[in-house]
Ligand binder design. Structure first.
Ligand code: VGL
Ligand code: ZN
Length: 223
């Protein structure tokens, strides 16, 4: 039987490898972000090396009493898909009514194989699944707010009603959904930790390091 409440391992922080320990308590939530087939090997928006974090995430979720999963969940023809914008390619940026939006390959279409969780992700410990990006005209990176930064997913209320004070983020992609979820967790008044070694990023033009820097600036702790 694993010692409950204690996760220890070699966690990477910035440029320096170091040993860190994270002890979960009853007011922590482990937020597992978008560990779905389309973001993993063979998926339409595969994040480099994504599959290698699944085992570590499973060990973490075994130790935390509140576990929430997020699931990117787009209708076919979603406005974040490059394929619906004439002349545009994946990773181009366009302006939508709520601001700048990066365009993506079609991914995580509701009910598709790509939208399902990675087959080795242990999902039983999760009490809640937040689906996001389901409105045709608006994307949602954060688990808390859609990309207009005003439409709530309801996650803050769920966590506050349950007495959660600290959100521990892991998953995909470090530079998009993990980044915006962790920043919004701070904005909503939670302490926030990102376990870097249990995340992987898309990393376009240095976006992994930009994300780390931005998260740290608002008080997210990187482990
Ligand atoms: C994500 C791009 C588009 C993510 C989701 O999970 O980080 N990135 N949709
Ligand atoms: Zn998406």
């Amino acid at each position: 039987m694993l010692a409950r409440g204690l996760f220890s391992g070699c966690l990477q922080s910035g440029e320096n490898d170091r040993m860190s320990t994270l002890e979960f308590n009853a007011t922590d939530c482990l937020l597992i972000i978008d560990v779905q087939n389309d973001f993993c090997a063979g998926g339409s928006l595969a994040v480099p090396d994504a599959d290698t974090i699944v085992a570590a995430i499973n060990r973490l979720s075994d130790q935390c009493s509140t576990v929430v999963l997020t699931q990117d969940w787009h209708p076919a023809g979603h406005s974040s898909f490059a394929s619906v914008h004439k002349g545009k390619s994946p990773f181009d940026n366009i302006t939508l009514p709520y601001g700048e939006q990066t365009l993506w390959p079609d991914h995580c279409v509701q009910g598709s194989h790509g939208s399902r969780f990675h087959p080795e992700l242990v999902t039983e410990p999760a009490q809640m699944i937040i689906r996001k990006g389901f409105r045709h005209a608006i994307d949602s990176y954060s688990a808390f707010y859609e990309n207009d930064h005003t439409t709530s997913t309801g996650l803050t209320g769920y966590l506050k009603d349950r007495g959660i004070r600290r959100v521990v983020c892991v998953g995909l992609a470090l530079d998009y959904c993990v980044r915006f979820s962790a920043i919004d967790a701070r904005r909503e008044g939670f302490d926030a930790i990102v376990i870097d070694s249990a995340c992987r990023g898309i990393n376009v033009n240095g976006s992994n390091d930009d994300a780390r820097h931005q998260m740290q600036q608002v008080g997210v702790q990187l482990l």
